[in-house]
Ligand binder design. Structure first.
Ligand code: ADP
Ligand code: MG
Length: 367
């Protein structure tokens, strides 16, 4: 059984040089694992085996996978994040000492001549007590949602949070119908149907859709927690404005509050920081993004040019509806620093501020 799997992976490995999971798989390490260990590691690789065109090609399926399968994941992390195999991640939200920022530490986009934009910062988090989404049973997914609904009661009771939970689980007391769900997706509050994503499906992450899926939204709609997407939780602040610190600082205090709720323990690795399903997100789990119009760089109707200019600035370009969606009709794109691992949270938000100035210069030159 596992000999067949090794032969299949070795065959794919030769054929798909850009699939990181396949490339980092080593039969010599694999054979040293117990039967259970072998099955677990193969599970992590399944998405990349089923979709050999994947760039990452693997997901962690248990909170301890990065540590338990370090000889594999340290290679994956080194290759994707361009760090050394013995690297250690350090979390830090303080902007103190970061070069190139205004002296008062206020990251105000208006200082760069930009108008109010939609700003969003999210952090992926997983609870230590459940398998990661790739290995969850339907009962696990519903159990996680119920646990989080009890925690959300604490937020809902606070005047500074309030709001409500919206569930996609049939029969859940907070159930919302398809139309209400679609409205939340259109408002960029709720995540898309995961069944349409072949990578998440092959990873087992999309299984049992829509059970155990939902989102908490604060009364002012500026603080949101997704339940049951690629990570157990995606915790985010989103608001229109120009001061990046507003969303960044609010996220930090909200994360501390959520983590302080009794019974919620987030999964961390001593060496790697916050544990996330996808190795691309490990460490900070953070993506800080802006929705911005780049009509000149997108005048051909695609994000090709914007991507070519953004990449050397360390920025990723996504469509207006998120990853794998097209740019908006008015040239709106989603811009975020690409780095998540072996970078601090503060450096991520600072690099968004610094790099967006350079990107806007290029946009203006392209006029
Ligand atoms: P992530 O993987 O960071 O959670 P996705 O690319 O999957 O993000 O997008 C999720 C949703 O968040 C989409 O609806 C997307 O349009 C929305 N989104 C991302 N950044 C912003 C932003 N700055 N302003 C408004 N909506 C945003
Ligand atoms: Mg996503």
């Amino acid at each position: 059984m596992s000999e067949d799997a090794v032969a299949r992976i070795e065959g794919l490995k030769a054929e798909w040089p850009n699939n990181i999971g396949l490339q980092c798989f080593e039969a010599a390490y694999f054979v040293t694992l117990s039967e259970d260990g072998k099955a677990r590691l193969l599970n992590c690789l399944n998405s990349g085996i089923e979709n050999p065109d994947s760039e990452m090609g693997c997901y962690a399926c248990q909170p301890s996978d990065y540590d338990d399968f370090k000889p594999f994941f340290s290679k994956v992390l080194a290759r994707y994040h361009k760090v050394s195999e013995d690297t250690r991640h350090v979390n830090n939200w303080s902007l103190d000492g970061i070069e190139g920022l205004p002296a008062d530490g206020v990251l105000d986009l208006a200082r760069l001549g930009l108008p109010a934009l939609s700003m969003r910062v999210r952090a992926g988090r997983n609870l230590k007590e459940f398998p990661l989404p790739g290995s969850m049973t339907k009962d696990d997914r519903i159990g996680l949602e119920n646990k989080m609904m009890a925690a959300f009661e604490k937020l809902i009771a606070r005047p500074d949070y309030g709001g409500r939970y919206h569930s996609l689980t049939p029969g859940n007391p907070c159930f919302i119908d398809d139309a209400a769900y679609q409205e939340l997706v259109d408002q960029h509050i709720m995540f898309k149907n995961m069944d349409n994503d072949r990578y998440l499906t092959a990873a087992g992450i999309a299984a049992d859709w829509p059970y155990g899926r939902g989102c908490y939204v604060s009364a002012d709609k500026g603080f949101i927690i997704w339940v049951g997407e690629e990570d157990h939780l995606r915790i985010m602040c989103m608001q229109r404005g120009t001061v990046l610190n507003d969303v960044f600082d609010r996220l930090k205090s909200a994360l501390d509050l959520v983590e302080g709720i009794e019974g919620l323990e987030f999964a961390y690795s001593d060496d790697y920081g916050a544990v996330t399903s996808c190795p691309t997100n490990l460490g900070t789990g953070m993506r800080a993004s802006l929705h911005i119009q780049l009509p000149n760089l997108t005048s051909d109707g695609t994000d090709k040019r914007a991507k070519a200019i953004a990449k050397p600035l360390g920025l990723s370009v996504r469509g207006a509806g998120g990853e794998h969606t097209p740019i908006g009709e008015d040239g709106t794109v989603d811009i975020s620093p690409s780095a998540r691992f072996c970078i601090t949270e503060a450096e991520i938000v600072a690099s968004l501020y610094k790099a967006i100035a350079l990107l806007v210069e290029e946009e203006n030159k392209a006029a």
